[in-house]
Design a protein around this ligand. Structure first.
Ligand SMILES: Nc1ncnc2c1ncn2[C@@H]1O[C@H](COP(=O)(O)OP(=O)(O)O)[C@@H](O)[C@H]1O
Ligand SMILES: [Mg+2]
Length: 179
């Protein structure tokens, strides 16, 4: 009799002891995205990043983009609101809505039409546009804890759960040569 696969997890809390752990988490999230281009072409993928200024939201997106092959500069979209990238044949939109004073600015800017098939969207300060964003696949909330960070992750779709599961197992796997 074959064992059942483990049930899909939909939440996880990770301790990121230092900036390199945040980078490793970003790379781990990129893993599932890189392996599932057909899903992304059909459905896209949306990641919400919550947490105070300096919590590591931009750092996490930067690591994710690097792992997806972006080699140029990865700037914070704090002032531009949006930094777009192309990874493989997919659009990657990095938003930061910190400077939005009212959610209606989201409509005026025409951002809604950027979401959907073929688009990976990573959003800092999604709270600023509450009610206007399409539902996310995965929500990561970063909190400062001692010298490091805590990443509270909640999947909101099956794709989000698969991405999270893959990320958690990637992080927990000892690197080759360890032990
Ligand atoms: N796990 C961590 N532990 C300690 N420092 C971290 C960690 N992850 C990121 N950092 C640092 O915290 C800062 C986060 O900045 P940034 O990513 O711009 O924050 P945010 O986009 O949330 O405002 C960077 O200086 C980064 O090196
Ligand atoms: Mg930021």
């Amino acid at each position: 009799m074959s064992a059942l696969p483990p049930p899909l997890i939909d939440r996880a809390t990770l301790t990121l002891a230092d900036a390199s752990a945040t980078d490793a988490f970003g790379r781990a999230l990129a893993h599932w995205l890189a392996l599932n281009p057909a899903h992304l072409a059909q459905h896209g993928f949306t990641l919400w990043l919550s947490g105070d200024l300096g919590a590591g939201k931009t750092a996490l997106v930067r690591a994710l983009l690097r792992a997806l092959g972006v080699t140029g500069s990865v700037k914070s979209p704090t002032f531009t609101l949006l930094e777009p990238y192309v990874v493989s044949s997919l659009n990657f939109y990095h938003f930061d809505f910190y400077r939005f004073s009212e959610a209606a600015e989201f409509d005026f800017a025409g951002f809604r039409e950027l979401f959907g098939p073929g688009a990976i969207c990573a959003i800092e300060w999604p709270e600023r546009v509450a009610g206007r964003l399409p539902t996310p696949d995965l929500v990561v909330t970063l909190k400062v804890e001692d010298e490091g960070r805590l990443a509270q992750c909640q999947a909101a779709s099956e794709a989000g759960a698969r991405c999270l599961q893959q990320a958690v197992s990637t992080i927990q796997e000892p690197a080759a040569g360890d032990g």
